[in-house]
Design a protein. Structure first.
Length: 121
């Protein structure tokens, strides 16, 4: 198996950019920072950004695209764990995020597979 660091890095950058844009949108929406609604929207937008990162990782991988997407997901879980340690978040949010990162990444990767029409990957 050969991992493509560039593809994984582009996936991480895509996730980061979309997460920042989502955070800006949430802060402008006026949702209270103590509201559970904020965490629900953060989860939805964050998993969407991770799905987009999985898509980018998949389409930029010349080979072993799903292995690269899985590596991207594992790195995202580690980043999420580090962020959870540094900032107070409800346990349900941390657990749900960690559990859904791999499926969201693979959903993005699968979307990459069906839209690129290169079934050899």
């Amino acid at each position: 198996m050969r991992l493509n660091v560039t593809a994984i890095g582009l996936g991480i950058v895509s996730d980061f950019v979309l997460s920042v844009l989502g955070s800006i949108g949430l802060s402008l929406s006026g949702i209270s920072t103590s509201s559970s609604e904020l965490y629900i929207w953060s989860l939805i937008l964050g998993l969407g950004a991770i799905g987009a990162g999985g898509y980018v990782t998949f389409i930029k991988s010349p080979g072993y695209a799903f292995a690269n997407t899985l590596t991207f997901a594992i790195i995202e879980i580690l980043i999420g764990g580090l962020l959870a340690v540094r900032s107070p978040m409800p346990a349900w949010f941390v657990i749900t995020s960690a559990v859904l990162i791999i499926p969201a990444s693979f959903a993005g990767g699968y979307l990459g597979k069906i839209t690129t029409f290169d079934w050899s990957r």
